[in-house]
Design a protein around this ligand. Sequence first.
Ligand code: HEC
Length: 155
Amino acid sequence: MLDKFLRYALFLCLFIGFTGIAQAEMTREEYAIKFRRSSYTALGWYYGYLHRMVKGITPYDQALFQRDAERVALLSKLPKDGFIAGTEVGDTKAKPEIWTKPALFKEDNDKLENESAKLAELAKGGDFEVIKAQFSTLQKTCKTCHDDFVKRKSE
Ligand code: HEC
């Protein structure tokens, strides 16, 4: 009985401790920027595997391609949640237009999600040429949004 209680108390201390640390270290806005940048980094990481297979740098492996295309499709849904109010400024390359032109940002983001989902579907099997063409469509969705909404080094 006591053992159970102690375990519960320990769990509670740890839980409160962890959330306390996260809050003490950064503001919610800083956390949101970190979250979206990390999720784009993870997206870019798996996108990189697909890119190398499409370019022939690594051999095409259907199972691996499918796995990573599914990861890209899942990860494509995450970053948008990190664009909360008050995150226009800070450690970010996001342009302020994200908040002044939300409809265009949504359109660019919807394309990313839809084209990644299509790629994951095609990756289940079939013609690699068709898969490559869809990868190229996905690639354009990254470029369009980056041209519209990501600051270049000089900006
Ligand atoms: C809807 C818009 C949009 C789309 C589509 C998009 N990105 Fe981005 N991306 C951004 C924004 C905005 C940032 C800057 C985030 C910040 O600094 O707060 C970014 C940043 C990044 C970063 C840098 C992360 C960091 O901070 O180090 C990588 C890598 C990246 N994107 C990869 C991709 C890839 C790969 C794709 C396509 C599969 C893609 N992005 C599609 C908007 C987009």
